[in-house]
Structures are given as C-alpha cells and as structure tokens.
Design a protein around this ligand. Structure first.
Ligand code: FEO
Length: 401
C-alpha cells in the first residue's frame, strides 16, 4: 500500500507484510503484520513518526516520497526503538542527514546502539514536552514499558490523533488503513488478543496507566505501530475496552497451584498425583489440577503457568536432561512477573537423574523461589516414596498459606 491520508496533514506511509507468519522468532502472526509509520505536516515543519523494518526500507522511502521529499522531514519521532521500526533509521539518515531525532531518554541511548552512530542530531524529550509544526503540535507522553522501556505516545491535539506506539496494536494486515474496513473482524480480534498477550501481558499495571492517560484525551484516531488505524466509534472503543478487561487486577480467590509433568512409564505421573493430593490436603479450596504436558495445548498450559500462584513441575531424565516438552513449557514463562513464584521440582529417573538439577538451574535463572530440594525417585516409586511425595505437596501447600 502506498501513502494514505488520515486527516489533513497526516498520512500513513508504512509497510504491509501480509505473508509474515512468525514475528521476532516466537510470535505467530497468522494474519501477517504491518509496520506503521506516519507523516505529520504542519505549516512550518514536517515530522515522521516511527521508521520501518530495514528489510522494507526501499518501499517505505517510496511511500514517503508520495507525500514529500525525504529532505523536507525536519523531525523523526521515535516513539520507541524496537528494530522492526528503528532498523531503517540509519538508511533514512542517508536520505536526509539533517533531520533531528526525537526520543525519550532511554530511546536516545538505544538508537545510538541501533545505528552505531554517536553523531546523531538527537533531542531528548520529557513528559509534557512539545514541538510546534505550525498548526499541529506534537505533545509527548512518556509511557515506559508499553512495551519497551523507552516507549512514548505522541498526541496531536489539533487532529485528535494519538500515535500510540505498540499500545492497542495488532499483528493484522489487510490492504486497508482504517479499522472500519476490516473484512474479517473475528480474525482481527484473535490477532488483537494474541498481540496483547505477547506484548502487554507482562505489564498489566503499566497498561492500566496507559489507558487512563488515553481516556483523558478526546481521541478520534489512534495510530498504532502495527495493524489498522483505530477510530472513535469503531474498533478504538473495542480495543480500549478489551485492554481494560485484560489488564484488570486478578480478583482475590482460591489459590491456583497446578502440577505439570511428563512421564514415559507412569513413574513421574504417580509422583505428580501424590504431590497434588498433598497440596489439596493443605489447601482444600485451592485449584490444584495436574497436567500431562504432552496432552494439552501449549498456549493453555503457558497461560495457566503464568497466571498461577505457585506450581510443581516434574520430568523424567532422558539423555542426561529433562525432556523437551518440559523445557518447552518453561520457555513460555513470563520472566518479568514470575520472580519469587514458589515452585516444587520432582521426577523419576533410571541411571543418573540430571533432569532435576538442570531444571533447578533454569528456575533459579528465572529467579523463582524453589521450595526445598528437587524430589527424585529411582525408577518406580515405592509406597514410601509416594508417601514422601504427598508430604512434600502438603508442606508446599502449607507454605503458601
Ligand atoms: Fe513491533 Fe514494539 O514494535
């Protein structure tokens, strides 16, 4: 798609990537994505908001040229510096070496590392700073952890338009700019939720703050860095409502203490069941479900792990290590919010039993709070082993009171 006008003086000049299926190694993008960027022209000055992915730079420059000559751009506003947007900055500076780069304090540091340049014309902006383009004002709202440490929003009050960085964004691509043209709303909603979970799920308190700040504005257009432009009366209301719902503090209720395991011959499974029984004995009201990891969808297990109060996880030892599905589940841990989460480790082994030590190292790396030492059993658990497993679960449950 080429440049498209949003309001008088504001254009979308970003890039569509409908075929992308994996973003940043780990995020599936079943509906592709867009790398959004916007030109804002005042009577005196011109600003470009966000840049683009290096791979699509040439097409991007062509989009800009449909609105203005790149040499006319006075300011490059970096609402954040993630390389899918900031990766093209060094090349953009070849097209226009005179533009001033505007970023938050953290962004001003990161962009030096991304461009490998120390001679950038950089201006650091703080909360409440503004730039007058002539009839259009860029007002900067520092918004850390939405979703990078350097993130900020840019508000143009004259056009009731907010450039919200990744906030309210989605990896969703149709050949249209505006939300009211979305052809597959259910697909959009799926993409919107997946994006929230992956990008903003770890930062609910910051999301709530961000929402409050946006609610205080009378927004007509929310120009995100991915997905369609959201408009008042259309998907903007939906998006804000969903963010409020998903970021709401968890209601107090019974503790959630799942027990995850893999088991080739049923030995580790027996330990899992007994540990779960012990936890239930200590915490009769708690939600204590056991999950054979290979029998459940990974996103479901990951959501349960990241939302629980504490958990137990067990693996047999295979080739001197824990088994791959256990590692896979632990690779989904929300490391930002999992520090100090109590965890019990267990497993049966035959020869050497390295799984427990390897998992312990991983969980310590995640700064989780390991309860006692890993409980290991050689081959088939005896009646005494099973009793010990249940007692371990009971002590673990007691420790959570
Ligand atoms: Fe995809 Fe955080 O920009």
């Amino acid at each position: 798609m080429a440049a498209e006008k949003i309001t008088d003086g504001i254009w979308s000049v970003g890039i569509l990537n409908p075929n992308l299926r994996v973003f940043d190694i780990v995020m599936t993008t079943d509906y592709g994505t867009t790398y959004n960027s916007y030109l804002v022209k005042g009577s005196e000055k011109t600003a470009l908001i966000e840049c683009t992915h290096l791979s699509y730079f040439d097409r991007y420059l062509e989009n800009i040229k449909k609105v203005c000559d790149p040499s006319e751009i006075d300011y490059l506003i970096l609402n954040h510096t993630e390389p899918d947007h900031a990766g093209g900055v060094a090349k953009l500076l070849e097209a226009n070496p005179n533009m001033e780069i505007i970023a938050s304090q953290a962004g001003s540091i990161y962009i030096k590392g991304i461009t490998n340049r120390t001679d950038l014309k950089l201006r650091v902006v703080k909360e409440g700073d503004s730039i007058d383009l002539g009839g259009k004002t860029l007002q900067f709202m520092i918004a850390p952890f939405l979703h990078w440490p350097d993130s900020m929003f840019t508000w143009v009050p004259e056009d009731k338009t907010v450039f919200s960085c990744d906030f309210l964004g989605s990896h969703y691509c149709e050949p249209f700019t505006f939300d009211y043209n979305v052809t597959y709303p259910e697909a959009y909603e799926t993409a919107f939720k997946g994006y929230y979970d992956a990008i903003f799920g770890p930062f609910p308190a910051y999301v709530r703050k961000g929402l409050e700040r946006l609610k205080a504005l009378d927004i007509e257009y929310a120009c995100t860095s991915h997905g369609p432009v959201l408009t008042k009366g259309n998907l903007l209301d939906y998006a804000m409502g969903k963010y409020a719902e998903w970021s709401a503090p968890k209601a107090a209720g019974p503790k959630d203490v799942p027990v995850f395991y893999c088991s080739a011959y049923g030995n580790t499974r027996q330990l899992a069941k007994k540990i779960a029984a012990g936890i239930r004995r200590a915490l009769p009201d708690a939600k204590v479900d056991t999950f054979d990891i290979i029998k459940h969808p990974m996103p479901e297990l990951a959501a349960r792990l990241n939302g629980c109060d504490a958990f137990a996880i067990g693996s047999p030892t295979l080739n001197r290590d824990a088994v791959q599905p256990v590692w896979n589940l632990l690779s989904h841990v929300d490391a930002i919010n999992s520090a100090k989460r109590p965890v019990v480790l267990f497993g049966s082994y035959g020869w050497s039993g390295e799984a427990a030590a390897n998992l312990k190292a991983r969980l310590e790396g995640l700064k989780m709070s390991l309860f006692e030492e890993p409980f290991r059993v050689v081959f088939v658990p005896s009646a005494e082993d099973l009793e010990k497993a249940e007692e371990l679960g009971f002590r673990f449950g007691e420790s959570l009171k």
